[in-house]
Design a protein around this ligand. Structure first.
Ligand code: COA
Length: 142
């Protein structure tokens, strides 16, 4: 098997739970993992020696509204070019799927903005967009 495989497919429920847990984002149960994986419009996985080392997921309708919800590389592989490989797959998906007038967004974690600028994202406010906002009453990780 090739060392690194990038594939447009879903990870297993257990793989996704495991990768999120390594990021310290709280543990989700199997039903929640399955539900959110099935709901994505686009998912790309990066496997290294049969292990899930990274994932990117886009939520949305696949035509007009796209939200890059997840981009995760396992911490021991940061700086290996894997994030770039996933972003190339994600922007290729945007380029072939987005219809005229589409809105394609993400909310970068603090300090990650420059990474996304490499792949064509612009900081808000920009054009018709104001600053990004989030719902402050959303429940924190469990
Ligand atoms: C952000 C993340 C996906 C980057 O993945 P990665 O595999 O470490 O990045 P790569 O090795 O592919 O880096 C590609 C390029 O981006 C640069 N880069 C990486 N992280 C960066 C950052 N935070 N800011 C600016 N540039 C960054 C690299 O230096 C590299 O530049 P180069 O092409 O000039 O050499 C990864 O660090 C990660 O999973 N972080 C934790 C989760 C997270 O923060 N996700 C994003 C949530 S918004």
């Amino acid at each position: 098997m090739e060392e690194v495989i990038v594939s447009e497919r879903l990870p297993t429920v257990a793989e996704y739970i495991g990768l999120r847990t390594t990021m310290g984002w709280g543990r989700i149960d199997q039903a929640t993992s399955d539900r959110t994986l099935q709901a994505a419009a686009f998912t790309v996985c990066l496997h290294r020696r049969d292990r899930l080392a990274g994932i990117a997921r886009v939520m949305g309708d696949g035509a007009l509204y796209f939200f890059l919800a997840d981009l995760i590389i396992a911490p021991e592989f940061h700086g290996s070019g894997y994030g770039e490989r996933l972003m190339q797959a994600v922007t290729s998906y945007f380029d072939r799927s987005a219809l005229p007038g589409a809105t394609i967004t993400l909310v970068a974690l603090n300090g990650q903005e420059a990474f996304y600028e490499k792949f064509g994202f612009m900081r808000c406010p920009s054009g018709p967009f104001g600053t990004a906002m989030h719902y402050a009453a959303a429940p924190p990780p469990g």
